[in-house]
Ligand binder design. Structure first.
Ligand code: AMP
Length: 431
């Protein structure tokens, strides 16, 4: 039996990996320009971290974590990046070292969700976190950065949803209001939401079940119960978004799936319908309580977002294919292989990407392969070339070829590549 990848987990082969690399490069460039530095935390953390910070009655913790026991430790392969980064922030005592920290991460996350288009069990997130700034300007700047990122990736049709869930006191009050509202109609709710009614009624608003959606229609809005401070924070955020020219909708139903949020919540959704129900490209918000909750003596406000890379790639153009080698080396008999290896090494040392085809096939087969790989130059070493101590260099773009002594082959190849590169750049420029 053939062993297959685990359900909901995908291979990313080299032709596709170039798209990932481009995406990651753009992400790094833009967030580093905004002051974020990369953090790399372990992919495995104590299960307790996620249970405490994400919340026991969330789908992620309740149903989706890859958790296991190893020796005496209860461990979990990370389902998201925020809790681990916050743990690292506290553990490494960053609050004592700098007043504001801006971190970003890129990497795989693991959730045992039901696989669907845009929903995988291993997926990848790129995210940012800011610690130490509670002002709404920080939220506005991050939301603007998110919009800038997806636009840089080529996403045009999207809308930013913004809400505030209030600080801890407001949140508790709102929970009570929702419990009061939903209790008389509990029989009409989904089974999951009947349970949530007791444990976390906020999550009923988040449910995709049509029964819960229907029941939520007349539910009290969180924006109606915000404290004066929370309302002022939201109002300032909205003013800054207007000043930045970021279009958004205020969405009082936006609660998001994780329990750690306070105040600002946001999501960026595509509007083309391409991803069906999985239309959120990224989501984020404030989590001003988490750092204290993790044991920091100093309370530190925090804010972050995470973007799903599979979803971004699913809605953006494929872009250019993986480039082939500049130079394709074709030794056509066994005796030619040694000189070809040496020549390849010398070319690479001069910065030329170079691939040696050691299969010893016919000239025709080798050239066909070189063209398929879009190599610019083929260097052929056959019987005749060897006898004369020469190589044949074939420019596959211009369909010209020349002979050169083996001793000067590197220089000739460099000159040919430079002139064909200049020709390509020239024609691109005039196009
Ligand atoms: P969350 O960590 O749940 O707030 O999700 C943030 C973003 O990660 C979402 O907007 C998605 O783009 C992406 N995401 C979350 N779960 C999955 C999944 N199972 N498969 C693919 N992408 C996901």
């Amino acid at each position: 039996m053939v062993v297959r990848a685990v359900r909901g987990m995908k291979d990313i082969l080299p032709d596709e990996a170039v798209r990932w690399q481009r995406l990651e490069r753009t992400f790094r460039t833009l967030v580093e320009r905004a002051g974020y530095g990369e953090v790399r935390t372990p992919h495995i953390e104590s299960t307790e971290l996620f249970v405490r910070e994400i919340g026991e009655d969330t789908d992620v913790v309740g149903k989706e974590m890859y958790s296991f026991q190893r020796h005496d430790d209860a461990l979990t392969v990370r389902p998201e990046g925020t809790a681990g980064a916050a743990r690292a922030y506290v553990q490494n005592n960053l609050a004592a070292l700098e007043p504001v920290s801006r971190w970003y991460y890129i990497g795989p996350m693991f959730r045992a969700e039901r696989p669907a288009k845009g929903r995988y069990r291993q997926f990848h997130q790129a995210g940012c976190e800011v610690y130490g700034d509670e002002g709404p300007a920080c939220d506005a700047e991050m939301i603007d950065l998110c919009a800038e990122l997806v636009q840089a990736f080529g996403v045009r049709d999207f809308v930013v949803h913004v809400n505030s869930i209030g600080s801890a006191g407001t949140r508790a009050r709102y929970r009570d209001e929702l419990a009061k509202y939903f209790t008389p109609m509990s029989a009409a709710l989904s089974e999951d939401s009947q349970r949530r009614l007791a444990t976390n009624p906020l999550r009923i608003l988040d449910s995709k079940d049509p029964r819960d959606r229907e029941a939520s229609q007349g539910a009290p809005r969180v924006t109606d119960v915000l404290s004066d401070d929370d309302a002022a924070h939201l109002a300032a955020l909205r003013r800054y978004l207007d000043e930045l020219g970021v279009p958004y909708v205020l969405d009082p139903r936006l609660v998001r799936g994780l329990d750690y949020y306070t105040r600002t919540l946001f999501e960026l959704k595509i509007t083309t319908g391409e991803l069906g129900a999985q239309d959120a490209l990224l989501g984020g918000g404030r989590y001003d309580e988490m750092i204290s909750h993790l044991g920091s003596k100093r309370p530190v406000p925090a804010l972050g977002f995470a973007m799903g890379l599979e979803r971004v790639l699913a809605v953006t153009p494929a872009g250019e294919a993986r480039p082939g080698p500049e130079c394709y080396l074709a030794p056509m008999l066994e005796r030619a292989t040694g000189p070809a290896l040496v020549l390849g090494k010398a070319l690479r040392q001069r910065g030329i990407s170079c691939e040696l085809d050691g299969r010893g096939q016919s000239l025709k087969a080798m050239l066909r392969r070189a063209s398929a790989m879009k190599a610019r130059l083929a260097v052929l070493l056959g019987e005749e070339e060897l006898e004369r101590g020469e190589v044949t260099l074939k420019d596959l773009e211009r369909h010209e070829q020349t002979r050169a002594p083996l001793a000067t082959a590197v220089e000739v190849a460099l000159a040919m590549l430079a002139s064909s590169g200049a020709a390509a750049a020239g024609s691109a420029g005039s196009a």
